[in-house]
Design a protein around this ligand. Structure first.
Ligand SMILES: [Ca+2]
Length: 511
């Protein structure tokens, strides 16, 4: 019996108990239920999944930020459970999003880089022919909700392929603002997003997506229909564009000793926090807050130097903790102990089976083979049997400070091993003693290196991970790939220093 089926069983038992109590009350006349009334059916729980983009591990006050003010998300943590060792399945957007949707490792679906990815000019290795969309054959969390009679909506960034791979082909009734693009170029209307009608000039997209989310919630509450709201905000991905009064508020607050010191980025986080507050207020107003699971999570680490993930090493795009470790907060009304904290390592794929267990869709997440239900952790009545997590990135990342060359990694217990797929030496860190990954232990602990490397290789075979191959045309006299120099703060404040290439440009470069 799997953990999720055990959880579902307990959940169903709870319904039986509720039914019994109501039935008993009817008999004694304590509740106005007629003698011939059927026992009340437990209401299906609604789900709101808020996915922030490029949101770093220390980007919340409740995770240690001294600059960003996030009272609403902090309140969610006060009401629910905060995970201190939650990982994204990848250090960039699309692979993690596919992992959340399918419960599968990116290495298994072959969606291993951001879509459409990037082509280095002189790589040592040739990246494999990976998948640049979420195949329609995959079963998603939205498919399962849809099948169970839920209303489903994806409101915000999609980034899992062009049409016909949009959210509405993956189990969502509605797709608002989702396209194949990695970001919006315009946080203020006119947005120029084909799947989002422009609002009044100057409307802010984070506010707008929140308005759309509230409309969806209101409609379903009115119709008494359970809903799954997937709210993948564009925030706080580049370009850094925030509302002026908020920027001014943070400009006045920033001091020289702050590692996080970008007022525009802080303003973007503030707006995102207000979004969570407005949604929770609406749930309360509609009297459905007690029956709505709310989750806040990010798709990869914070981008450096826009933010700082200290004490973690570097950020988005890098193989180190700054690239993968991100906030996760789960509020399960009546179950999560207020202000509880969980230190167990968990990962993006776990959300799908966890949510299915909580809402009691017992035949859900059947194909989510790489996730485990976190219900025992949320109930604080058990542990996970799993103690290994893996990453596989057979690509080059050179738009982010720190960057990456092709690598695989494993975390087992307190240890993390990074194996580069070119000729760079393998690294080993003890994260319990060295969260900043400053002391490479590979030379001192050859047995541990062998143990973890053997497991990593076995896992790669098991999931069918695609491997890069040697580039016969590699020219060692030329730089392997470009790494951005230190980015200047002034440019950072107005947007992207170097725009990402369009899909067409990349295809042109390839052909
Ligand atoms: Ca991202």
């Amino acid at each position: 019996m799997t953990l999720s089926s055990v959880a579902a069983m307990f959940f169903n038992l709870r319904f039986v108990l509720i039914g019994f109590l109501f039935g008993a009350a009817g008999v004694t006349g304590a509740v106005a239920v007629g003698a011939d009334s059927a026992p009340p059916v437990a209401k299906k729980m609604n789900v709101v999944l808020v996915l922030a983009d490029d949101f770093g591990w220390t980007d919340l006050a409740c995770y240690g930020s001294k600059l960003y003010e996030t009272p609403n998300i902090d309140q969610l943590a006060k009401d629910g459970m905060k995970f201190t060792q939650n990982y994204s399945a990848c250090t960039v957007c699309s692979p993690t999003r596919s992992a959340i949707m399918t419960g599968k490792y990116p290495a298994r679906t072959h969606i291993t880089d951001w879509i459409p990815g990037q082509m280095p000019e002189n790589p040592k290795l040739i990246v494999p022919d990976w998948t640049k969309y979420l195949p329609l054959e995959e079963t998603t969390i939205a498919n399962d909700f849809h099948k169970a009679g839920y209303a489903t909506a994806s409101i915000g960034k999609w980034h899992l392929g062009k049409e016909p791979y949009y959210p509405e082909k993956h189990g969502f009734d509605f797709n608002i603002a989702g396209t194949d693009k990695p970001n919006t170029d315009h946080y203020f209307s006119p947005y120029q997003i084909p799947t989002l009608e422009d609002g009044p000039k100057g409307e802010y997209v984070t506010d707008r997506l929140t308005n759309e989310a509230i409309k969806f919630i209101d409609k379903n509450a009115k119709e008494d229909k359970p809903f799954f709201l997937y709210l993948p905000h564009f925030a706080v991905h580049l370009p850094t564009q925030g509302k002026k009064p908020l920027i001014e508020k943070y400009e006045a607050k920033i001091t020289k000793d702050m590692a996080q010191n970008n007022a525009v980025y802080a303003a973007m986080i503030d707006s995102l926090d207000q979004s969570v507050g407005r949604i929770r207020d609406e749930l309360t107003k509609l009297k459905i807050a007690d029956n709505t699971l709310v989750i806040f999570v990010s798709d990869n680490g914070g981008r450096v130097p826009t933010t700082s993930n200290l004490p973690l090493r570097v950020g988005k795009g890098s193989c180190y903790e700054g690239g993968t470790r991100v906030p996760l907060i789960v509020y399960w009304p009546g179950i999560t102990k207020p202000g509880s904290v969980c230190d167990t390592p968990v990962i993006s794929m776990d959300l799908y089976p966890t949510i299915m267990s909580i809402v009691g869709i017992s035949d859900g997440a059947k194909n989510a083979v790489d996730g485990v239900s976190l219900v025992p952790l949320l109930r604080e009545d058990g542990k996970l049997k799993r103690d290994e997590l893996f990453w596989h990135y057979p690509h080059y990342q050179h738009y982010q400070l720190g960057g990456a060359t092709p690598y695989s990694a494993i975390r087992k217990g307190d240890f993390k091993l990074i194996e580069y797929l070119d000729d760079k030496p393998t690294e080993l860190y003890n994260l319990k003693d060295d969260i900043g990954e400053k002391h490479d232990l590979a030379g001192e602990m050859p047995d541990k290196v062998k143990e973890l490397r053997d497991r990593l290789h076995a896992w790669r075979t098991e999931v069918g991970a695609q491997m890069p191959t040697k580039n016969p045309n590699y020219d060692p006299s030329k730089p392997e790939h470009e790494t951005p120099k230190k980015l200047e703060g002034s440019k950072e404040r107005t947007g992207m220093v170097k725009p990402a290439p369009t899909a067409d440009q990349l295809l042109d470069a390839k052909t």
